[in-house]
Design a binder for this molecule. Sequence first.
Ligand code: ATP
Ligand code: MG
Length: 245
Amino acid sequence: MPNIVEVKNFGISFGDKEIIKDLSFTIKKGEIFGLLGSNGSGKTTTIRSLLGLYQPTKGELLVNNKRFEPGDKIRIGYLPEERGLYKKESVIDTMVYFGRLRDLKNPQAWSEKYLKRVGLQDHINTRIDKLSQGQQQKIQLGITIMNDPELLILDEPTKGFDPVNRRLLMEIIEERHQKGATIIMITHYMDEVERLCDRILLLKDGKSRAYGTVSEVRKKFQNKSLEQIFIDIYGEDSKKELENA
Ligand SMILES: Nc1ncnc2c1ncn2[C@@H]1O[C@H](COP(=O)(O)OP(=O)(O)OP(=O)(O)O)[C@@H](O)[C@H]1O
Ligand SMILES: [Mg+2]
């Protein structure tokens, strides 16, 4: 499969703080790629740089062989880490509005079907800011996937969900994959990684610490569970942080 994303020797600093030092990886068309790492390791920064929201200090980040710019033909769906972007309007008005922006054939029908799927059929006319956090996140995810993105970038899509809803969201993500989408997923849940991801990258100290298929990475670490590998890689840091606290 061809690469849809290529990151070559990417580095970025904020002020004198070097967040990413030298990062290279590729994402193949049609795969689910897990971008992993401890809090503050630079996952969100990498995604934002890929989308052209931040200027890299060095190296390059390419989508379909070029630097991504708004207006590029590729359909990208981006669920940012910040949630609750839409507030004042009703659920259905908001979804239909975004559906129209994205030239959906029948945004009303699409939205109603999706709302039923995620158990919000009784909240069609509710104002978004009257919904719970998790319910609002479902709306945001719906808006992100409604135009069948070819590249779907999900920054912690299941953050804060109960186990039943987390499973539902994983099913929705899997469905997107089956429909041919390439998916970049940031998550702290290793069970999701084991279930969904074809390949993963673990970021540490601004560099790649492990990169490959889930089984390749596990093999490299004596076939330990991903959870244990994560703790082995990052645990030392949190011990140090505790000592310095
Ligand atoms: N706009 C910014 N200006 C300055 N520093 C920033 C900015 N955005 C991120 N940082 C810093 O860059 C580092 C990486 O942040 P980032 O949000 O990419 O981490 P992350 O891996 O997504 O973490 P988390 O798992 O907590 O979401 C952090 O130390 C953060 O303080
Ligand atoms: Mg983040």
